[in-house]
Structure formats: structure tokens, C-alpha cells
Write a protein that binds this ligand. Sequence first.
Ligand code: PLP
Length: 724
Amino acid sequence: MKHTPLNPAELDFLVNGLHKLAHNLWWTWNQEAQEVFHDLSPRGWQNLYHNAVAILHEVSATELRVRLQDREFATRVGAVLASFEAYLNEPQTWAHTAAPALYQNPVAYFSAEFGFHETLPIAAGGLGILAGDHAKSASDLGIGFVGISLFYREGYFQQAINQENWQTEYYTLLNPKNLPIEPVLNAQGQPLVCSVDITATEVFFQVWRVNVGRNPVYLIDANRPENPQHFRDLTLRVYGGDTTTRIMQEILLGIGGVRLLRALGVAPSVFHMNEGHAAFLILELLREKLDSGVTPEAALAATRTECIFTTHTPVEAGHDRFTPELMDYALHKYCGGLKLPWQEVLGLGRVNPANGSEPFCMTVLALKVCRAANGVSELHGEVSRHMWQVLYPGVPVEKVPIGHITNGVHLLGWMKGTVRRYWRRRLTTTNGSETATVALTPDALDQQINSSAFWDKLADPAFISDEELWALRYSLRRELIEFARRRLERQGYRNTQSDFIAFDQLLNPDALTIGFARRFATYKRAPLIFQQMENIVRLTRDSARPIQFIFAGKAHPRDDEGKRFIQNIIHLSKYTDMKGHLVFLENYDVHVARQLVSGCDIWLNNPRRPLEASGTSGMKGTCHGCLNLSILDGWWREGFDGTNGFAIGEDSHAATIEEQDRVDSANLYRALTETVIPTFFDRDSLGVPRRWIQMIRRAMVTLVPQFSTRRMVAEYTEKYYTRR
Ligand SMILES: *Cc1c(COP(=O)(O)O)cnc(C)c1O
């Protein structure tokens, strides 16, 4: 059949729509939108690391218009754009009835890092990933929400492993033109510029806007020609530099962030501090109120009612602390304009305000001046109440006003697109093809994927047989192994000594595949399992019941112990009998994370309890049928019910670190050999592990809807955002 070609106006509509779409991260959690960018340049999609904005530069304007004359492609683009617009304009979101007041006066969510997507590497780890997922779900729920962070033009470091198997760091300059960010302009069309006093200098900053679905996240950027170079470099790297850089970054984030919101005319009803890094925003809110002439007591009381605080750190040493001298150096000019005596300012960050040598703690400031505070799991809430009881003299520990909201993950963002499609097809069709009548609006899809009813149905063998589920698991495991082989081959080119094995023979698609990937902070104990080295080697070499390990993760640039962990594991993978059964993938990021959590059979998590405040990576696997094997810390202590995965040890921990390591590694080995491996290899005559599949079904029902940010952000909204 002959089609009439698209006219110029129709072409303009699609081209403009694609540019708008590329500049809204909504496409990162919409499979059909990603496929459009992929299909424009499949090779570019890989080489440019899934960067929609860069793809639109890669494909010339001429090519794009010609390609859109392919009617089938144009129809797909049109459908994606219609779905995107429907999302942006949805009148009946969850917040429409649950939190309508937040449209006028939104939540301002401050976080030093946001992990959205591999093309915008401005997060160091789980804290940033959580912030990114929080923002995405706030959009999905239709909540009035504005995010504030910094634009780090060299982002977080890239990891390379050298000849000595030692982690080295390098940085690449991010090019704003190739990122899903847009400069924020003033009424004259010039970059909006604000300023804040740091030391004796007025430091200027510009701002980038990231569109996260329906909401903006603003990124503060000190790289202005007005600034001396050392201030321009304040926003160079995520947590870059020393404590002096750190306090200055935090002044930009907290004080600069409030200034920015005022300049934009945004009047938040609540300021949510994601970790203490942002707590200087309290000083700016106080300054505003003191300037209007109220008493310090009234200013404090009013500021308190506007702020809520989420703490993430269960160790004393992990909280930001600044010496009085550094505070004075960084803030004396700013505080000169604050109608509050300097000693009182310092007192806000001290447990004992009268103690002149006590450092200024950002967490103390946040706890003292907020209307609500929470930890990120039940156990972490309890640990935090103990840790900060000193701030509430005479209050029994269970009455210390720190609650908890357990973390979650943004499901549509983490679920592989192919898997999402697979689930939906199984539920909505009788003969394998999705009919037009079941096409859902983006809101309905998000609701459906997050609902218990959906996962109850999926877990019902009447909808998906054991055989089908097992076939899916096999294909996901193979995808991961092929991904790992490609990455290892690339790594191998740099490590001359690693031509020890053909890359296409590394890892075994039939083996029980155990994943461990996260920051290599030492409390997470990446090499714990190798304390039983001989036993583990024996397990990997059992040809009837093979197991294998895939590791990934970055150590902090100044954490030599974490780097030694990496070195250790790579050494085992290259020079011992683990060879071929253990691999380390370089440069962990959200893309690597997505491959790992979907393809592994077991997600291993063995932190030193109770130091894993929540942990989220284990939540990302469940919707793909990956099971958790974890210490009962953080979220898993709440998630585990005896039928939906595996626990290492009991709901308790030993008194000393040495004892804990010894007991936990023994328990880990025991769980592996007594339950995990036997269950995985207990096959029937068709080769299907019925009991394993039953656990996957239980995990889907009990964990997926519960540990999602849709549930989490709704809980923040009901408990804190809309309630005084
Ligand atoms: C999910 C995620 C994390 C957090 O993992 P935890 O297990 O909570 O430490 C860190 N980094 C990346 C890239 C992630 O995707």
C-alpha cells in the first residue's frame, strides 16, 4: 500500500518531540522510547553508552527527517511521544487526591548526589541511586517535587585496574551539550546566576535543569568566569578534595540551593534533607526569617516546621564534622550577615553547645532543626535512636524522635525492558500477542507493575508455568554472561596478563551464578566468602553442581583497604583455581548493576551488621527472579520471611568485629552448601528446580511491591510531606 509522505509540519512535530524526549529522563524508564533511540543508530547506542541526547547529535538533521519517512518508524515515534505527553499531562495522578497542596508548594529534596542513569554519572553509590529513584517515583506519583544537587563536571571517577590489579581512577569531562540537562535562564534569556559567600569571597553559580518526568532537578554549577579558579573547581567532582572542599560544596548545596529556589520563585512547603550534606539550608532559612525581624526562637521554630531529615549513616565516624576553625574560615562572612551570634550558630551543630572544641556536625544540625527525622530501615531507625539519644536528654531511647521509612527501588527504571514486556504479555494475552485494548497509559502501567495483584497473578502457576519461568531465568543468565564476556574482553586488552583463557569460555551458563556488586566500603566485606577459600574452590569445581561468582564495585579513591579487597579478588580470579569461575567487572555503574541484578541467580550481601542502613541493590533483582542471600541487616531483615530467599545467620550479631567475621563467613558457607546449592540443583526429570522456582514466586509476591520507591515515596508523603 502506498503512503502519503509526512509533510514538513508533521516532520517538525516528530523531530521536536524527539529532542524534548531526549531531554527528559522519562525515556530511561520507558522501553519503547529507548528502542526508538537505539534503532536510530544501534552502534551509536552502544558506543555512546545509551545516550539519547548524543544519538540525536550523531544522527544528522537530514538523516532524521529522511528516516522518519519510514512510516512504521514514524508510527512508533508518534506512539512514544503520545505516551510521553499523556504522562506529562495526566490529570489523575496518585498525588492529585493524596497531596494536592504540594503543587503550589512542592517538596524541595536536597541531595549531594543523584544517580539517574549511566549517561549522567553524578552519584558515588547507593545514596545517590536512592535519590534518583525517589525523584522518579515522585514524578510517577504526580507529587509536586523539586530536586537540588550539584553539577559535577567530571562526575564520579571511572575505574580502571592496572597491571598490579590495583584500582586507578580517571575522570572524563562531561559535555553539557551531550547530556540530558538544560541551562536555566533568567527573564532576559541569559544564564541565571546566583551567589553565596564562601570564605571572604562571593561565589557565583549557574544552574542546570534535569527533567525527571514531571519534575525538575536543579544542578548547581560553580564553574563561572567571575569566580577564581579554585572556586570554579568546587563542583568538579563528587565528594572531590578534602574537608575544605567538602564544606564549600555543602555551602553551595544547602545555602545556594535555597537561594536558587527563591530566584526561581519556588516556595517549598517542606525541605527534605537527604543525608546531612544539605543541612546548611537551615542556616539560610534562619537568615531569611531573622531578616524579617522575628526573634531567634521564633525563627528556629518556624524553620523547624519546614524541614525533614533522612539519615543514612549508622557509624559515628561517617557523619560530616567540621572543626570550629574550618567553620569560621568557610562561613565567617556569610554568618556576619546572619542575625545570630557565632557561638549560637556553632552550638546548633554540637551535642553540647557550650563545648568550644566540639566539631560542628551536620547531622546534629539537621536533627536539631527539623520537624521529623528518619532512618532507612527498621533496624537502622533503632540504631539511629541509640546513636543520637544524647541529643534528647531525659528521653527514653524508644521515644527518641527518629522514625524509619525503609528504602525501595524505582521498579520500571530497574526492570529490564524485555522482562517488563515478558511479564505483561503473560498476563494480558491468551495467545502470545499483546492486543491493542490492553495498552495502558504510563500511569496505569506504573500502578500495575507496583501492585500486589499483578505479582500475585504472576506468581500463580496458572499464568506462568515453572518451565517458562526457568526458561526466562536461563535467558537472563545467558545475557549476563555474554555481557560479562564482552566487558572482560575489553578489560583484557588493558591487562596484558589476562589472556589466560578464551573470553567466550569464561563463566558457565549452567552454573549457579552469584553476584556481588556495590561500593567496596570495607564494612560490606566483599572478600568474606573467600575466607573459606579451599571449600569455595571445591564448590566451583564440582562439575555436577557448578557455582560461579561475578564481582564489581569501586573503592573510594582514598580507601586503600577497599582497593586491596579488589586486588585480592582479581588475583584469585586470575591466578588460582577460581580461574574461569570468578570474574571482576571494571567500572561498576547503573548499567552494570542492571545486567548483574537481572542475570544472577543469587545476590550476595554480607555487610557487618548493623552497618548496612538499608541496602537497595538486592531489591533490584527480585522482579527478575534473582534471589537474595544476605545477612539480616537493613531491608533484608524486614523482607526475609523464610520462603522468599536465604538468610545468613540470625537476627543478631556478635560483639566484636573478629568474631562477627568468623561467625558470618561460617554461616555464609553453611547457607550456601546446606540450602542454596541443594535447592538450585534439585531438578526433576525435566531439569526444572521446582523448589527454587517456588522461592522466586514467593519473592515476587512478598518483596517486589513492598520494596519499591512508589511505596516509599507514598509513605514519605503521607507520614512527613503532608503532615505537620
Ligand atoms: C543500587 C546501586 C548501589 C547500592 O547498592 P547497595 O547494595 O545498596 O550498596 C550502588 N551503586 C550502584 C551503581 C547501584 O546501582
